[in-house]
Design a protein around this ligand. Structure first.
Ligand code: FDP
Length: 289
C-alpha cells in the first residue's frame, strides 16, 4: 500500500527503509556526546547519527523544500519552495525517547510533512507518523484519508492494520513529569483518571502514544510548575502526534485547544501535549479551564 501523493510517499518510503538501518545502528551508539540539542538537552551519539542519516536522505527528495529536526538549530533549505504546490517541509524527531537507550527501552522516530514553511501550524500537515522500535519495528502513517499500521522488515513495509482507530472504551493512561511539579488542576484531573484507567508508561512518547492507539485511553505530558510551556516540541512531537491521534478518531490538546490549531512562534517551541479519547480530552480541558 502506498500513499497517494508521490512526494509524501517518497518521504514515507525513505523513513521506512531507513528504520531497519537506524535500529541496527543503535548498537554501539548508546553513549552521550558532549553536545546539547537546541532545546538544551544532552544528545546521544545515536541522536546525531540518525539525524544526519535522515537529513541527507530526506533533503535529497524532489519536492522536499525544508528539512528540520529536533537535533539541529536551523532549518535546512533543500531548494524547493515549501509554500509552492507539490512541495513540502519535513520535520523529524530522529530518535524520540533516546534517554531510553541507556535502559534499552522503547524509542521511536517521528515525522510530519507540512504543506507550509516551518514553523507551521499542525493544520497544514498532509501526513505524519512514527516508527516504533519495540520488540518488532512498526510504522504508523496518518494521511487525510486514513491511519495505517505496518510492520517493517528488511526495508519492506507490510500492512497490519489498514484503519487504525482509537478503541471507544479507554483502558490505559500515562502522564509525564513529576507529580509534585504538576499544577494543582492537572493533579486533580490525574487523580480521577488514575481511579478509572490502568497506568502504562514507558518514558518514550511514541511507545506511550502507541499504547493509547492500541488500547484506548490518554497520554499527557502536561505544563509543569517549573516549565509552564511543557517539555515536548510542537513541530516535531506535538503536531505529528496530534495529527495521528485526531485522524484515528481521538483528540489532541495543549490544555485549551487542539494542538493542530496552535500558532508557533519558533521552530523549537515546546507545548503541553495531551492526546486520547474524545471524552477524556474534553474532561481535561474542562478541568484546566
Ligand atoms: P527523551 O527525553 O528520552 O527524548 O521529548 C522526548 C521525551 O523523551 C519523550 O519521548 C518522553 O515522553 C519524554 O521526553 C520523557 O521525559 P522525562 O525526561 O520527563 O522522562
Amino acid at each position: 500500500m502506498t500513499v497517494s501523493d508521490p512526494v509524501v510517499e517518497s518521504v514515507v518510503a525513505t523513513i521506512s527503509r531507513s528504520a531497519t538501518e537506524i535500529r541496527q545502528g543503535l548498537i554501539g551508539r548508546r553513549g552521550t556526546v558532549d553536545e546539547e540539542n537546541p532545546s538544551g538537552e544532552t544528545q546521544a551519539e545515536a541522536d546525531i547519527w540518525a539525524d544526519e542519516l535522515l537529513g541527507d536522505r530526506l533533503a535529497a527528495i524532489d519536492g522536499v523544500g525544508q528539512y528540520a529536526s529536533e537535533e539541529r538549530t536551523e532549518i535546512v533549505d533543500c531548494g524547493a519552495d515549501p509554500s509552492a504546490a507539490e512541495s513540502y517541509a519535513v520535520a523529524v524527531d530522529p530518535l524520540d525517547g533516546s534517554s531510553n537507550l541507556k535502559s534499552n527501552n522503547t524509542m521511536g522516530t517521528i515525522f510530519g510533512v507540512y504543506d507550509a514553511a516551518l514553523p507551521a501550524r499542525g493544520e497544514t500537515l498532509v501526513a505524519a507518523g512514527f516508527v516504533l522500535y519495540g520488540p518488532i519495528t512498526t510504522m504508523v502513517i496518518a494521511t487525510d484519508e486514513t491511519v495505517t499500521e505496518y510492520e517493517l522488515s528488511g526495508g519492506e513495509r507490510t500492512v497490519v492494520d489498514r484503519d487504525v482507530t482509537l478503541p471507544a472504551e479507554p483502558v490505559v493512561y500515562g502522564f509525564g513529569g513529576r507529580v509534585p511539579d504538576w499544577p494543582v488542576d492537572f493533579r486533580e484531573y490525574a487523580r480521577e483518571i488514575e481511579s478509572e484507567l490502568k497506568l502504562r508508561y514507558g518514558g518514550a512518547l511514541i511507545g506511550d502514544v502507541n499504547q493509547v492507539l492500541t488500547y484506548g485511553g490518554t497520554f499527557g505530558y502536561p505544563a509543569l510548575e517549573s516549565r509552564p510551556e511543557g517539555k515536548l516540541r510542537l513541530q516535531f512531537e506535538g503536531n505529528p502526534i496530534g495529527y495521528v491521534v485526531e485522524q484515528a478518531g481521538g483528540r489532541s490538546s495543549d490544555g485549551t485547544q487542539s494542538l493542530l490549531a496552535v500558532d508557533p512562534d519558533a521552530l523549537h517551541d515546546r507545548t503541553p501535549v495531551h492526546v486520547g479519547n474524545d471524552d477524556l480530552i474534553e474532561r481535561l480541558e474542562a478541568t484546566l479551564a
